[in-house]
Design a protein around this ligand. Sequence first.
Ligand SMILES: [Zn+2]
Ligand SMILES: [Zn+2]
Length: 274
Amino acid sequence: MSLRFRVLGSGSGGNATLVEGGGARVLLDAGLGPRQLAERLLSSGVDPATLDAVFVSHEHGDHARGAAAFSARWGVPLALTRGTRLAARLAEEKLPPCREIVPGEDVAVRGLVVRAVAVPHDAAAPVAFVVAAGRARLGHATDLGHLSKRTVEALRGCDAVLVESNYDPAMLRDGPYPWSLKERILGPLGHLSNGDVARLLEKGLGEECGHVVLAHLSQKNNHPELAAQAAEEALSRAGRALVHLTVAPPEGTGWIAVGRGAAAAHAGGQLRLF
Ligand SMILES: [Zn+2]
Ligand SMILES: [Zn+2]
């Protein structure tokens, strides 16, 4: 059973990832406006009305901005935690019935199984996702202030991992943000730095992982080259230089296949900066 995904948007301008497998198609987050989301789906060869669900990680605008309007326009149900549903203040009477998800419990969407994992972030009930089709697994973790044991354990079992590499600490410190915002980003409920991701890749990557995607890079507090360099060096230190590395640009990536066959099919160790 094949599993593949493509990032449709990454960063503060809006996050969304399309995942396809097990006869199902779902979105993870809908942080783009509904029209832009539909356009990016169509240019990926996907009719928006054929999606089975939109999973929303948390209520922040860059993840949830387009969720309700997209759901209403295309008749695609939202799937979200109770906390996110309440915090997002959805006009639910206008939407197809929402599906409530509980961290740690599997949600089956046709042959696709989605499990939410609670993560530390300054939102009501934020989650990461592990999406499985057969034996292939994708871990998808954006917006978390630190790598909790639970998150690391969830990602360790994945064949592909998308993780935020939000900021370079020096760029954040010297950058234009007000100090209160810098403190929030740096704090335990903020975002992951390039160094945090490097530690994950060095110590927490599972044996089966063949592809890492760095996502949600700050355009003001990071450079793709810095994020890639920190990740490459960490993979090299861990003896995992053959793991394929992609840095997701704001406008998204092409399709990325997940699983044992997919890892073997890549030109190993080659960095792709879109
Ligand atoms: Zn957030
Ligand atoms: Zn975000």
